[in-house]
Design a protein around this ligand. Structure first.
Ligand code: NDP
Length: 290
């Protein structure tokens, strides 16, 4: 598929994630027919942030479609950290639960220490791959649950069949949940990786040298189309709502598509892959062969 009036091919995360979910559904059904346990994912949602409610609803619906049992724990924002840690401990011990997800961000009005909450999840049930032990394992190139969005980015990149070894990747954004882990995964593929952030002196010059651009910033259309090197692959993680209600990424999509060989749309690119990878992590944690 090509994008309108451009040379770039579309990296369709919606279609790829649908394929992955189908494969997961078959694998889960087969596993259960052979006497294996049904995989279970526990979602913990603290407070009433509307966007978080929508994300969790989508994740639970996807679980149902794939045959993963979904356990949902909505908590009032004021429950406090000790009750939250107690719940996580119970879920760590619950044999029906193979993956635990605490929806971020935690409410700001209570003094939650996000790192302590994430560290309380048993590393083998860490469906989001945010536990410090799993992040350390990623740094060392060891097998561990991989954060869902970076894993989805790598799966989309693999679709291009481009030779990654020796090529130059530029990641814009250095968060613990997207930028840093995606940089590690690109490095693992023997790419030369540049990690940019808000203090980078000349972002345009860095992006111009990239064979692969991963944008994970949260600033609408920050990356201008004519910064993209001809033939580059552009993976746009950003999800930003403009004043007119339109959703856009961190990259000027149409202008970038004039130069890129491959590009992800927003919405319909990295977003659906994140959910597919969450379910894949849960199914893997349940020991279902894939
Ligand atoms: P964070 O806010 O945690 O990190 C943003 C990063 O962008 C920071 O490292 C920051 O630099 C950098 N940055 C900010 N402004 C600039 C700038 N002008 N130039 C260069 N770098 C800049 O965001 P997340 O990583 O959590 O998310 C990034 C985007 O991805 C958001 O739009 C989010 O909604 C989206 N997202 C999408 C997901 C999906 O499933 N598709 C999943 C997760 C996130 P510094 O460190 O110096 O402050």
């Amino acid at each position: 598929m090509t994008t309108p009036s451009s040379t770039a091919r579309l990296l369709d995360g919606k279609a790829l994630s649908a394929q992955i979910l189908d494969q997961l559904q078959s694998a889960v059904a087969k596993h259960q027919q052979q006497g294996g346990a049904q995989p279970g994912l526990a979602t913990v949602l603290v407070g009433d942030d509307p966007a978080s409610h929508i994300y969790v609803r989508h994740k639970r619906r996807a679980c149902e479609n794939v045959g993963i049992q979904s356990f949902h724990y909505p908590l009032e924002a004021y429950v406090g950290q000790s009750q939250l840690l107690e719940l996580i401990q119970q879920l760590n011990e619950d044999e029906r639960v193979h993956g635990i997800l605490v929806q971020l961000p935690l409410p700001r009005d209570v003094d939650y220490v996000e790192q302590d909450v994430l560290a309380a999840i048993a590393p083998h049930k860490d469906a989001d791959g945010f536990h410090p032990a799993n992040q350390g394992a990623l740094l060392q190139g060891q097998k561990a649950p991989i954060p869902c969005t970076p894993k989805g980015v790598m799966r989309l990149l693999a679709e291009t069949k481009m030779e990654l070894s020796g090529a130059h990747a530029v990641v814009v954004g250095r968060s613990n949940i997207v930028g840093k882990p995606v940089a590690m995964l690109l490095l693992e593929q023997n790419m030369t990786v540049t990690l940019c952030h808000s203090r980078t002196r000349d972002l345009a010059a860095e992006v111009r040298r990239a064979d692969v651009v991963v944008a994970a910033v949260g600033v609408p259309e920050l990356i201008e189309g004519d910064w993209i090197k001809p033939g580059a692959v552009v993976l746009d993680v950003g999800i930003n709502r403009k004043a007119d209600g339109k959703l856009v990424g961190d990259v000027e999509f149409y202008a970038a598509a004039e130069h890129a060989a491959w590009i992800t749309p927003v919405p319909g690119g990295v977003g659906p892959m994140t959910i597919a990878m969450l379910l894949e992590n849960t199914v893997e944690a349940a020991g279902v062969p894939l």
